[in-house]
Design a protein around this ligand. Sequence first.
Ligand SMILES: O=P(O)(O)OC[C@H]1O[C@H](O[C@H]2O[C@H](CO)[C@@H](O)[C@H](O)[C@H]2O)[C@H](O)[C@@H](O)[C@@H]1O
Length: 251
Amino acid sequence: MHSRRASDPARNSPAPPLPLTLAETAFLLDFDGTLVDIAPTPDAVTVTPDLPDTLQRLRGATGDAVAIISGRTIEEIDHFLPHIAYAISGEHGAALREAPDAAITHLDMPAPPDEWLRQARQFGAAHEGSIIEPKKNGLVLHYRKCPDAAGVFERFARELITDHTDFYVQPAKMAWEIRMKGVDKGKALRRIMSLPNFRDKLPIFVGDDRTDLDGVHAAQAMGGKGYLIPEDFATAEIFRAWLRQCAEMRP
Ligand SMILES: O=P(O)(O)OC[C@H]1O[C@H](O[C@H]2O[C@H](CO)[C@@H](O)[C@H](O)[C@H]2O)[C@H](O)[C@@H](O)[C@@H]1O
């Protein structure tokens, strides 16, 4: 993934074209850095006032073909955007809720050993500002508030998972994430695109991080569009303005 600098004239290039018809389009959207701006801590993200209405309008215009695909848990997405997306995939595809009233299902995968979380919390306590975020299928070591410790965090994460071949260490935005092998946002997108409301539509996936590349490639492979911030939309704010334009398109 390449990125553009503020001085790059391409930053000012127009956003991608609007879809031709919403009735034949499905929106599958990343959360952090896309639907919301990156914030100093995971709890501190804010939803812009018009975003829930934008997503509700898109649901109406697409026949409920609006999904969020996030690295976060589904419960966290519900906290920020309650009952807004039709389907939600969490933990990079390890969890799925197919419809608003459906139960959350988890892929049958081994959980990380409890000992990892205990050790990670002990390690985090020695680094002021760090955040240890547990997930069912992994954990995230955030160093945004202690950036000089990035290398130490990486070493700790790699040593922690030594000999556990089911997991790997993924670089994330100011964080290292211990992730389960075998799940990714591309697979999550394909699962959601097989659901009745999504099937037979062209997917538009938008994300901002290297974990989103699988979603981008899967959408493109299905004949749809895969977009990245800042390559295709200079900022998340510009992407959200584009999404609003989509929501306001005539049927
Ligand atoms: O797949 P996403 O919806 O993009 O989620 C990716 C990770 O996002 C969160 O961490 C990142 O965003 C935080 C809030 O802006 C920021 O403080 C942190 O530095 C970023 O790494 C979230 O905490 C993770 O669980 C997600 O996997």
